[in-house]
Every structure is written in structure tokens, then in C-alpha cells.
Design a protein around this ligand. Structure first.
Ligand code: SAH
Length: 352
């Protein structure tokens, strides 16, 4: 595998290139600059799955692109929900790595949840994606392909992207930023920044760096606890950054971008879902321009975390509402295929 990876890094990755880089590439292979625009359109506006479809390019150019590296994801398998049409795709990467991508249909349009890494090194206790550790970062093209391949396979357009699948996006910062800039390029797929949400476990310096990019995306913070002690018991990253440091970074993010922060809070029975926890959380977030998304924890085979009953979840929500905090309970889609995030990947991969 390491050989393949080495081979890959030497290759040119056309789908990860900005238009100006593509222009340099096209010129370097002796072609006129206008070819770059045509190529960019095939890749990002028409999101074709093979170079042969690029009919206004010469045969030689198509061959050259194919040879140089045109990243396309292969569907390994899929699970389709009989309840709501949610589809979980398992895609195979060039080196045999598997990643999960979830396609969801909502009344306001189709949404996709993409992975940013193969595996993850953040170690959150309740999360399946982190059990085998980090294998490698995904390239921008591999993130783009999760969107493009899914549109080719479903024949439907995608209007919302959440970077909430396997991986910590701020741990693969450059590639994720490149992905966001490419998918929102007006000469390409032209998705609105506002329709992108990035979820992070809270790497403080990277939140500041992200704020300075001034992208109008929504930032979601995985908080999961009302105080540092509880947070440390669920998330190793809490040893590094305190909740106060995270909230200060969120405030700076809001001041710079004007974008309201979302907080994710996975409710784990007996650990962070009591009335006291809700009150403490309300106190913590009082006065912040934010939104709290409650997620009843998905139990995974390897760990025995349980979700609370409906009553306790509703009561938790009520306490926050009484304290004027915007709160929703995440609608569970695809509950009949709900091997929690990362479980399908684990099932199909040998060594994780
Ligand atoms: N690394 C990023 C994004 C990946 S996970 C982050 O930490 O935000 C997306 C969200 O799902 C996170 O809030 C994560 O904590 C949560 N999550 C992971 N496993 C879960 C599980 N088994 N049940 C409920 N939420 C889970």
C-alpha cells in the first residue's frame, strides 16, 4: 500500500487543481490555455466519471489526462434505507481504502455527508471511525468525488454538504479548504458556501485559521459535554483545549465571519444527559449566538454507550429552550441502516 501511495503522490491530481493551476498544467503539456477552462468544466461543472466523455478535447489530451491521474471513486457497496431513501455508499479509493458517504433526501433538497480522512486519530470514545486510528488524509479530489460520484450514481443534484463523516476536517486542513474552494467555484459546481457545514472536535488554532479564510460556511463544534471533566472522559482532544478556549475561538469566528456557530451534543445515557448537565450547558452557552443540535448517541459494537429514552432527550431539550437556547434534536434518517458512522467501513476493511 505504501508503494501505491508513493506512486500516487508523484502523480498529477487534475481534480484537485484550481483553474490557474490547471492552466499551468495544460500549458506545460503544450496546449493552449483555453483547454484548461474546458477541462475544468468537464471535471467540476459536468462532473463526468471518465475522460472519454470530454468530447471537445482531443483524443491525445484525454489520454494524457487519464494517464496523469483522473481520480474517480468506485462504489464498493451501498445500503438503502427502506424508510426514507437515505443511501450509504461505501467507496473504494485507489489504494484499497474504503470510505463512507451518506446521501440524504430532505424537503429542502438533497444533502450529503462526506468523509475527510480514512480513519481518524481524535479518539472520541463513542465513535467507530476512530477505532483503527488514522490511515491517511483524503485529497481534495477524493472529497469532490464523493459528491460527484454520488450525483452520477443517483442522477440527482446535491444542494447541501456536511463534512461530518469519518475524519477530523481541521486535521486535514489544506485539502479540506481546497475542496471547499473548488466545490464553490463559480466556474465549477458553484455551490453556495452557506450550504456547507464543517464539523470539528475543536482544534482551537485551526478554528482561528479557518476564521481568517473568511468562508461563509457553517462551523459545527462537537461539544458533547457541559464541562471539561466530562468532556475529557469522552474526547481526548479535551485534554488539549478547554471548553473556554473553544468558546473564545467560536466568538472570534463569529466576529470575523458573522456566521452563527452550531454545537453538536451527543446524548450518552448516564454520562452527559441529566437535568444538571442540561442546566450547566445552558449556563455555558447563555448569550452566545448559536444553535445546539442534540444527537441521541448511536451505540457501536465495540463500546457500550447507550442512548437515553425519549423522555430524557425531550427534557434535556426543554431545559435549553427554557433558557432561550436554539435547540433541535437531530432527525434520525436511515435508521434502518444505522450501523453508526464508520461501521460499514469497518466491516469491509481488513486491518482496522
Ligand atoms: N471529527 C469531526 C466530524 C466527524 S463526526 C467532529 O468531531 O465533529 C460528526 C459528529 O458525529 C460529531 O459530532 C461526532 O462526535 C458525532 N458522532 C460520532 N460517533 C457518534 C455516535 N456513535 N453517536 C452519535 N454521534 C456520534
Amino acid at each position: 500500500m505504501s508503494n501505491l501511495q508513493e506512486e500516487k503522490t508523484e502523480k498529477i491530481d487534475i481534480k484537485s487543481m484550481y483553474l490557474d493551476e490547471l492552466t499551468d498544467y495544460v500549458k506545460a503539456i503544450g496546449l493552449p490555455a483555453f483547454r484548461a477552462k474546458q477541462l475544468f468544466s468537464w471535471v467540476h461543472e459536468k462532473y463526468v466519471g471518465d475522460t472519454d466523455s470530454m468530447t471537445n478535447l482531443t483524443k491525445d489530451m484525454r489520454e494524457k489526462i487519464k494517464e496523469d491521474g483522473f481520480v474517480v471513486l468506485k462504489e464498493e457497496t451501498r445500503q438503502v434505507s427502506k424508510k426514507d431513501g437515505t443511501v450509504k455508499f461505501l467507496y473504494k479509493l485507489y489504494d484499497g481504502q474504503m470510505i463512507e458517504t451518506v446521501f440524504m433526501r430532505y424537503s429542502y433538497g438533497n444533502s450529503i455527508c462526506i468523509s475527510s480522512q480514512a480513519g481518524c486519530r481524535m479518539g472520541c470514545r463513542f465513535c467507530a471511525s476512530t477505532i483503527g486510528g488514522l490511515v491517511r488524509n483524503l485529497s481534495a479530489s477524493e472529497m469532490l468525488e464523493q459528491v460527484y460520484a454520488t450525483m452520477r450514481l443517483t442522477g440527482e443534484r446535491i444542494s447541501n454538504i456536511v463534512i461530518m463523516g469519518t475524519g477530523e476536517p481541521l486535521d486535514n486542513y489544506d485539502n479540506v479548504i481546497r475542496f471547499i474552494r473548488l466545490i464553490t467555484d463559480e466556474k465549477g459546481y458553484n455551490l453556495s458556501m452557506r450550504n456547507i457545514t464543517m464539523s470539528t472536535c475543536g482544534i482551537v488554532p485551526k478554528i482561528d485559521e479557518l476564521a481568517d479564510e473568511k468562508l461563509a460556511i457553517t462551523l459545527a463544534i462537537s461539544l458533547h459535554a457541559p464541562n471539561d471533566e466530562k468532556r475529557r472522559s469522552l474526547m481526548p482532544i479535551a485534554e488539549k483545549y478547554s471548553i473556554k478556549e473553544i468558546l473564545d475561538a467560536c466568538k472570534r469566528y463569529f466576529d470575523i465571519t458573522g456566521r452563527r456557530i452550531s454545537f453538536e451534543y451527543s446524548l450518552v445515557k448516564g454520562q452527559n444527559d441529566s437535568k444538571e448537565d442540561a442546566l450547566e450547558l445552558a449556563e455555558l452557552l447563555k448569550g452566545q449566538n448559536c444553535h445546539v443540535n442534540l444527537i441521541p448517541v448511536n451505540s457501536i459494537e465495540e463500546r457500550n454507550f447507550e442512548k437515553g429514552d425519549n423522555n430524557s432527550i425531550q427534557n434535556f431539550k426543554l431545559v435549553l429552550e427554557k433558557n432561550s437556547i436554539n435547540v433541535t434534536i437531530r432527525r434520525s434518517v436511515g435508521s434502518d441502516i444505522d450501523a453508526a458512522c464508520g461501521q460499514l467501513r469497518r466491516k469491509y476493511s481488513v486491518n482496522i
